[in-house]
Design a protein around this ligand. Structure first.
Ligand code: ADP
Ligand code: MG
Length: 363
């Protein structure tokens, strides 16, 4: 099923991990169901999906904490499915950081180096290097980790993961317990760290925003299945179904069908519509992102035109979200500040979207 839309983005990168029909069954229940996925060297690959969709189970199999019930995990051509965690080139960074609470920042970071019997001087040197990399001040070396803030502990955990020097870092929602502002900072830092370190990151989150900011590619999971794999751009603008479209943020999803005379109608909306990309299907849904619906001053400006009344307006900061009642539907719009609607004498505004900006999904 490798098409242009699902092919890995970096043409020069080489295949690192190959998941072949991987399944994990718990008492007859498929937590991970026949997942096929290829991850490239140096890639930042993010798995998103709602709670319970099988993300952690998939990551645990990559780390060697669980064995697939069926299928195979292949690293550079050799199966690693039966290798224990310590024989794999992976290291897991959890949401609950699992640091040693009574030890210092330095001791926590040096733990993997100590296991490898590095000398105290070498350990200290490497720990300080890693601290600089994750932007922890040198003075923290002797600080007890319990006296560090949540964000600082997150950095300690990250530095310790790097101390193992794994080829692949596996992250299970490491930022989900951190407040918004710090999370935004750490997201960007993680992305920088990924670039600088040249390692492969496989990252789990249930946050679309986080996935969009950091990832080279994203895989969307639903009920154990990987339903779409693509670049953030592809996932956002070309969702394969309603589930992906709705998971990727607030959007307009409208049932559409081709009537016996060949015209497209949308349930609950007046008039006819132009629909593209339906691939022969005569009914389904159209997905129109709120930012693609705009106010018009003239009905000739675009393909799909409606008249409605604004029922709600919310400031999102740089943009404004509008809810516009049209027929029995509420259309969601998002416009830059200053893109004002022209309200006609009847209290209606004209709005519309280009057919090419809408995505047709059959299911
Ligand atoms: P996610 O990380 O996406 O929230 P998980 O991978 O943790 O999802 O879980 C996927 C499904 O598998 C859930 O329904 C969960 O209850 C089930 N599950 C996970 N681990 C076990 C286990 N050890 N025993 C039984 N069921 C499990
Ligand atoms: Mg999980």
């Amino acid at each position: 099923m490798q098409s242009a839309a699902t092919a890995p983005a970096k043409s020069q990168s080489r295949l690192l991990l190959d998941l072949v029909a991987v399944r994990k069954t718990f008492e007859g229940f498929n937590a991970v169901d026949t997942v096929n996925l290829q991850v490239l060297e140096n890639e930042f690959f993010t798995i998103v999906g709602p709670s319970g969709s099988g993300k952690t189970t998939l990551l645990r199999m990559l780390a060697g904490m669980d064995r697939p019930s069926e299928g195979d995990i292949v690293l550079r051509g050799a199966s690693i499915s039966s290798l224990p965690p310590n024989k794999r080139p992976t290291c897991m960074v959890f949401q609950s950081l699992a640091l040693f609470p009574h030890k210092t920042v330095g001791q926590n970071i040096e733990f993997p180096l100590k296991m490898r019997k590095a000398s105290p001087a070498d350990r200290r040197e490497r720990a300080l290097e890693l601290m600089a990399m994750v932007r922890l001040p040198e003075s923290y070396y002797g600080k007890n980790v319990m006296k560090c803030s949540g964000g600082e502990r997150q950095r300690v955990a990250l530095a310790r993961a790097f101390a193992y020097d794994p080829e692949i870092l596996l992250f299970d929602e490491p930022l989900s317990a951190i407040d918004y502002k710090l999370r935004k900072t750490l997201e960007k830092e993680l992305k920088d760290l990924h670039r600088q370190s040249g390692k492969t990151f496989i990252y789990i989150t249930h946050s679309l925003e986080e996935a969009m900011v950091m990832s080279d590619r994203i895989g969307v999971m639903r009920a154990g299945k990987l339903v779409q794999v693509g670049t953030p751009e592809q996932i956002y603008t070309r969702p394969v179904d309603r589930f992906v479209a709705e998971f990727m943020g607030e959007t307009n999803v409208m049932p559409v069908r081709n009537d016996s005379r060949g015209a497209w109608t949308v349930e609950g909306l007046p008039g006819k519509f132009q629909v593209t990309g339906n691939g022969g299907a005569l009914d389904g849904h159209i997905v129109v992102r709120p930012e693609f619906v705009r106010f018009l001053s003239d009905a000739a400006e675009t393909d799909n035109v409606l008249a409605g009344s604004i029922c709600n307006e919310y400031s999102l900061g740089s943009r404004i979200q509008y809810q516009v009642q049209v027929g029995s539907r509420v259309i969601l719009m998002e416009q830059p500040r200053g893109a004002l609607a022209q309200v006609g004498a009847d209290g209606h505004v004209l709005l519309g979207w280009n057919a090419a900006d809408a995505v047709f999904v059959a299911e």
